[in-house]
Write a protein that binds this ligand. Structure first.
Ligand SMILES: C[S@@+](CC[C@H](N)C(=O)[O-])C[C@H]1O[C@@H](n2cnc3c(N)ncnc32)[C@H](O)[C@@H]1O
Length: 194
């Protein structure tokens, strides 16, 4: 395999996930995959699951791509795309088993809060694309954003209920978690789509 990256100049047609992976195994998404430490470790440990890493930074996607190819992982695909747009318009309905949304940008300044990923339209997009019984795992080192995220999920409890928070094994901690784990408390929450 020479690349795990999916290139397309068609930003309107929903993604043909089984064709990309060459099978119909469950698909898990690492939204904002960053430098890919979690994605690589988790995909390596779960060869029967397909992993889609999405990030808007081309440099990061290219870097993760090189690591995926070097590691010979055949169950990873990467797409450079804005997360809200991807989940709202490109990921097909009921196609995703699990979302990992790990250390999303907190946009700490009040005047930047509108850039935050979690809001009601994003929740509607998660609901549309998750399979029944699908899961969402969230982690952040930014406590105010963590509180806001849990409040948003509480508003959507008709279709997603909190479950025991998922925590990574040490070898699959994300790059950001490795930076912050000894310095800050990390908020974690997981939800089950009914
Ligand atoms: C704080 S970093 C965390 C990266 C990784 N999840 C980790 O924990 O190491 C946030 C990542 O999300 C990406 N990102 C931020 N906003 C995004 C958006 N709207 N769409 C796609 N990617 C986004 C950034 O490029 C960055 O790689």
């Amino acid at each position: 395999m020479q690349t795990a990256r999916i290139y397309s100049d068609d930003a309107l047609t929903p993604w043909p996930l089984p064709a990309w992976f060459g099978n119909d195994h469950p698909v898990e998404v690492d939204l904002g995959c960053g430098k890919g430490r979690f994605l690589l470790a988790h995909a390596h440990d779960h060869p029967g699951i397909n992993y889609l890493g999405i990030d808007r930074m081309l440099r990061r996607i290219r870097k993760v791509d090189r690591k995926v190819v070097r590691a010979g992982l055949r169950n990873v695909r990467l797409y450079r795309m804005e997360a809200y747009y991807a989940v709202t318009y490109l990921i097909p309905a009921a196609s995703i088993a699990t979302y990992f949304i790990l250390f999303p940008d907190p946009w700490p300044k009040a005047r930047h809060h509108h850039h935050r990923l979690f809001n009601d339209p994003f929740m509607a997009a998660l609901r549309r694309t998750l399979q029944p019984g699908g899961r969402i795992h969230v982690a952040t080192d930014h406590q105010p954003y963590f509180r806001e995220i849990t409040e948003i999920f509480a508003r959507h409890s008709a279709w997603c209920q909190p479950v025991e928070p998922w925590a990574p094994a040490p070898h699959e901690r994300t790059d950001f978690e490795c930076l912050f784990m000894d310095k800050k408390a990390i908020g974690r929450a997981s939800y089950l789509r009914s």
